[in-house]
Design a protein around this ligand. Sequence first.
Ligand SMILES: [Zn+2]
Length: 131
Amino acid sequence: MNIISNEELMNKAKSIIKPHEVKHGFVASDCGCALVTNEGNVYLGVSIDTCSSMGFCAEHSAIAAMITGGEYKIKKIVAVLEDGMVLPPCGRCREFMYQIDGDNLESDVIIGDNKVVKLRELLPHTWDENL
Ligand SMILES: [Zn+2]
């Protein structure tokens, strides 16, 4: 399989960013995420930030799109801001990727320009490792 390059994935994540102010000065769509699955399909999502912590990260949106497409295994994932800066996933998104499918501990996570780590490295001890 011809896997999409890191640069292409970062460009796809950036291409969907369209910042839009919602109530109380919060902003939707100022961070974009692109992920490619083990099947080679690309899914995209943007962040939605709101007051009262009802929003969610771009990774969350992209993972929802992936599941809507019937897939669960992430090969590679990245989130970027409008200026192209890469944002490593927050703690919740690291756990979310793991909860969706334990095999995602082997997902490649782009955490900076030319910097890729496995999710396992970002989440070295899962909460259920002794269960
Ligand atoms: Zn997050």
